[in-house]
Design a protein around this ligand. Structure first.
Ligand SMILES: *Cc1c(COP(=O)(O)O)cnc(C)c1O
Length: 425
């Protein structure tokens, strides 16, 4: 296929396909194949929607059975057995063992809709307006969520000003010696600071799009305490870092905190089927029926595959241990690569299976990912200047596939350096 239909018909807004222009015809686990039969390793993983890999056979079998049985696929928010089983399994496998008590709100199928709902609910609970968000945070493209998102390019797409949000510095934003929460606490305790008491704060414990900045557990605990002291709702947006990506099911478990509200989406269904939830701590479910609604709230096929991910992967500690082991493997490889190319790489970021290399020059990072793509590795960049190369493999990847992909990445750095020395000569 020559791909001209895309340039003829598709809006200029399309993005990932510009970096990875192949036409894909088959996908399994951590691998993709294009229409010319070329194989790729997928370190993009649906931007975090494919934690369990492409077309995971365990999930696929349950999905095929469900569809074949003529059970309802579309049911608005009517009761179905698929939904009941998802709720029961989420309670028994995820919440109860962690001594967590939350109700689930199924929102429209996108992550940004879960964020909108969470922000609305926090305003409704507190009667206050401001939602404080953090530098380099990413929460989605609809206006409320975009107002809490840092990226200037995305913000300029809105065409209107944002209201009801305020910005705070994320952990580490002012350099290593400064605890940015000193600033937040000063704002909260000074009656003349000019900072209106927010309804909520929203944050990612590990910022995905913002460049894999990981908040320290102690910082998260202090933030949680500040919220409690001042009656601020704490919203953790776990849409990207949740569902096992950091090694635990939730990204905040490492800090032992209990957010008031949690958003989940991307890998919640496990199959790439759209599904989003807002987890609402007991006592905070102030919604009235239908106050936030939508046509596609909780699709039954997504409930089925989502329930199977929990049953199959999260009943024991084994999967979490496996993710952490893979995370160490990634860290080891990345340290070696960073050691081999000290001019190009100025740092390592992230944790678990959400790690990356910080490059000194965004153009060099772009060249490296392009060369990696040519060699059969799909890998993207993140960060304020797209300077962080983001290793985002499926959590079900084998050691051999992971090693192969990271070797392609290392080789891409080598080739990028060769090009540069040829240019310099
Ligand atoms: C992807 C993402 C969203 C938005 O989800 P969409 O499905 O793209 O609307 C929100 N928050 C975080 C942290 C994300 O990574």
């Amino acid at each position: 296929m020559d791909g001209s239909i895309f340039s003829e018909m598709e809006s200029a807004v399309a993005s990932y396909c510009r970096c990875f222009p192949a036409t894909f015809v088959r996908a399994r686990g951590a691998e993709l194949w294009d229409d010319k039969g070329k194989r790729y390793l997928d370190f993009l993983a649906g931007a975090g929607a494919l934690n369990y890999g492409h077309n995971n056979p365990v999930l696929k079998a349950a999905l095929m059975d469900y569809i074949a049985s003529d059970a309802p696929c579309m049911s608005l928010d009517l009761h179905t057995e698929a939904k009941a089983e998802f709720l029961r399994t989420f309670r028994d496998v995820i919440l109860t063992p962690r001594q967590m008590q939350y109700r689930l709100q199924f929102t429209g199928p996108t992550g940004t809709n879960a964020v909108e709902a969470a922000m609305k609910l926090a305003r409704k609970i507190t009667g206050r307006q401001t939602i404080a968000s953090f530098t380099n945070g990413f929460h989605g493209m609809s206006l409320g969520a975009l107002g809490a998102t840092g990226n200037g390019y995305h913000r300029r797409g809105a065409g209107v000003g944002f209201t009801g949000t305020a910005l705070l510095p994320f952990d580490g934003y002012m350099g290593p010696g400064i605890d940015t929460l000193d600033y937040f606490e000063a704002l909260l305790t000074d009656p003349s600071s000019g900072f209106d008491l927010p309804a909520a704060i929203i944050l990612e414990c590990l910022q995905g799009e913002g460049g894999l900045n990981a908040a320290r557990p102690a910082w998260l605990r202090r933030l949680s305490d500040l919220c409690k002291t001042h009656g601020i709702i704490m919203i953790v947006d776990d849409i990207q870092a949740g569902c096992g990506r950091t090694g635990d099911f939730f990204s905040f478990e490492v800090a032992g905190i209990r957010p008031d509200i949690v958003t989940l989406s991307k890998s919640l269904s496990g199959y790439g089927l759209p599904l989003s939830v807002v987890m609402i701590a007991e006592g905070l479910d102030h919604w009235l029926p239908g106050q936030h609604n939508g046509t596609f709230r909780g699709n039954n096929t997504a409930f089925v595959t989502g329930r199977v991910t929990l049953d199959h992967y999260w009943q024991t500690e084994a999967f979490s241990g496996r993710i952490k082991a893979l995370g160490h493997r990634v860290r080891n490889h990345l340290s070696h690569i960073a050691g081999d190319f000290p001019m190009d790489i100025i740092g390592l970021r992230g944790r678990g299976m959400m790690q990356g290399l910080v490059c000194s020059d965004p153009d060099h990072a772009a060249l490296v990912t392009r060369l990696a793509y040519d060699a059969g590795l799909i890998i993207e960049r993140a960060g304020p200047r797209d300077e962080v190369i983001k290793v985002f493999a499926p959590l079900t990847i084998s050691d051999a596939q992971l090693d192969e992909g990271l070797e392609i990445l290392r080789h891409a750095f080598e080739r990028a350096d060769q090009r540069r020395s040829i240019r310099a000569a």
